[in-house]
Design a protein around this ligand. Structure first.
Ligand SMILES: [Zn+2]
Length: 546
């Protein structure tokens, strides 16, 4: 009797141990294993792995195929990377996302197209797709210099040939506009711009076509964009996200304006688990004068920063906490005390409320003022904790990079698609940033002044070139440093360093499989790299074969 119960007890214990072991194995079993790749983890050692395992959307193991074999279970999905290079999903630290999302569908985009003939073909194809009489827009993301076959703007005649039955409106950054005859006719009918006014402005063009320098023309033309309902806006956002996924982007920081549209459609997609890009944004308000700045202070005091989860939400303020302090790299912009006093009022409210600021500063004089204010506030509010970001930094000095570093600030650098080279200067001076050890990250500033393609940005900072073959940065950075700036450093800029920016264990499995090896292709090919797959939290959100 006693012997039997002893045997039973032993048996039960054995079964229990077996069950526990099974449970441990199951817990270890990955949902997905990606193997047979050259996976750039982008950790502090810049290590490279053959395989990664994913559990509940996050990286659960990194190593060789042999090391990860214990993670394979009956329900594990296996992805053969076929020797391809994998990098963490790219993060754009500065995009006018809602503006891009609301327009992209109605545009013929010519980002990165280096042949004029090809660009005209794309415009013709879009005209055909939308049907006669409907508008075709190209709203930025390109420059006149990018066409190797024949640089320059578009003439009315060539646009008429490309799209004889459609009004075509083409915007270069916010400085130029080109259009065909039908578009000019509709614009003159709809606005106060008289035909004679048009021909006067026409003489200002550089291309021989109708070239306008006024923002007014641009804003009038974009009024012809279709009005969208709530559900249509959600579709537009989902569509734009699919475009960004195709470029390898998995997270963005929208630092745009209130007029770009609210985030309701993004929130809706987030609720439905249909977001394929993590969308973070700044607080939306309008502050063009002292009264509006006071209203903004009330809003800041009544709002809470960092209202986000890992998919969507608010980070901080920017890119203009006070609009009149908007400078340009093309002209010196010295603002008076009346502007900086308002700026400081808003910066103080931000510091007191614990807000992060991401602030536009192209000129060194603007960076100096922001640093003066940040240094003053640092006595009571730790800038190391607030991590304010100075954005663009086109002309920042070594001295101001050092000041920013000492304060614990970060720098954000943005793509040059359309801006001309600044003679005799590395603009922005990324090698100084790199040498100083400050955290600096890359963004596009797209979709109007620049292309949103992150590989264009990576090409720019590693080759130092802008279209067509001009040197913009004499001392570029290494491919590794550029990749860190577009991934891990951006996660830090956005307070997401525990969850995003590298493929280390515990972080979200956001990664892209590339069509060629980023680390070894000739530098001019970096611009042409295209992802074949984009994975967000372990989920395939883009596959070139589908
Ligand atoms: Zn800006």
């Amino acid at each position: 009797m006693l012997a039997t119960s002893k045997i039973n007890l032993r048996l039960s214990i054995t079964i229990l141990i077996a069950c526990a072991f099974e449970l441990i194995l199951q817990a270890q079993q990955a949902d997905q294993v990606f193997y047979n790749g050259k996976i750039l983890i982008v950790d502090s050692n810049f290590s490279v792995a053959e395989a990664v395992a994913v559990k509940s959307g996050r990286i659960s193991a990194v190593g060789s195929i042999a090391e990860l074999s214990s993670r394979l279970g009956p329900s594990t999905e296996r992805f053969d990377l076929k020797g391809r290079t994998v990098i963490p999903g790219l993060i754009d630290n500065h995009m006018h996302y809602m503006r891009g999302a609301s327009r992209w569908r109605f545009e013929a985009r010519i980002d990165g197209v280096t042949s004029r003939a090809e660009a005209l073909k794309l415009i013709a194809a879009k005209a055909k797709a939308v049907g006669p009489g409907n508008w075709v827009f190209v709203l930025g993301g390109w420059s006149e210099q990018q066409f190797a076959d024949r640089p320059g703007g578009f003439t009315e005649k060539e646009l008429d040939v490309a799209a004889p039955d459609n009004p075509v409106f083409i915007q270069k950054s916010y400085t130029r506009a080109y259009m065909n005859g039908l578009a000019a006719e509709r614009l003159s009918r709809s606005s106060r711009i008289s035909p004679s006014g048009r021909s006067q402005e026409r003489t200002r063009g550089s291309s021989g076509g109708r070239s306008f320098s006024t923002r007014e023309i641009i804003s009038r033309a974009t009024q012809f964009l279709p009005q969208r309902s709530g559900s249509e806006r959600a579709e537009d956002v989902a569509f734009f996200n699919s475009v960004l996924n195709r470029y390898g982007l998995t997270a963005v920081y929208d630092v745009g304006r209130a007029s770009d549209g609210d985030f309701t459609p993004v929130e809706e997609l987030a609720k439905r688990n249909d977001l394929t890009v993590r969308v973070f944004h700044s607080l939306r308000y309008r502050a063009n004068n002292s009264r509006e700045a006071d209203e903004a202070v009330s809003l800041i005091n009544a709002s809470k920063p960092y209202g986000n989860n890992d998919w969507f939400g608010l980070i901080g303020m920017g890119e203009h906490i006070y609009n009149p302090a908007h400078d340009s790299s093309m002209r010196s912009s010295i603002f008076g005390d009346e502007i900086w006093n308002e700026f400081e009022k808003l910066a103080r409210a931000a510091a007191e409320g614990g807000w992060h600021i991401h602030e536009h500063a192209m000129q060194d004089s603007t960076a100096s003022k922001i640093l003066d204010i940040a240094e003053g506030l640092n006595k009571e509010h730790s800038m190391h904790e607030l991590r304010w970001t100075i954005a663009h930094c086109d002309l920042i000095s070594r001295e101001n990079i050092e000041r920013a570093k000492k304060l614990g600030l970060t720098l954000a650098v943005h793509n040059k698609t359309a801006k001309p080279v600044i003679e005799g200067r590395d603009s922005p001076p990324i090698s100084w940033m790199q040498e100083s050890g400050i955290v600096w990250g890359l963004g596009s500033d797209g979709a109007v002044v620049s292309t949103v393609n992150p590989f264009h940005t990576l090409w720019w900072v590693t080759s130092g070139k802008v279209f067509p073959d001009e040197v913009s940065i004499r001392t570029p950075v290494s491919r590794e440093d550029a990749l860190i700036a577009h991934t891990r450093s951006n996660a830090y800029l956005m307070f997401k360093e525990k969850d995003l920016g590298s493929l280390e264990i515990g972080k979200w499995a956001d990664m892209i499989v590339l069509d060629r090896d980023y680390l070894t292709v000739p530098v001019d090919e970096i611009r042409e790299i295209t992802p074949v797959q984009t994975i967000l939290g372990g989920r395939l959100v883009f596959d070139v074969e589908k």
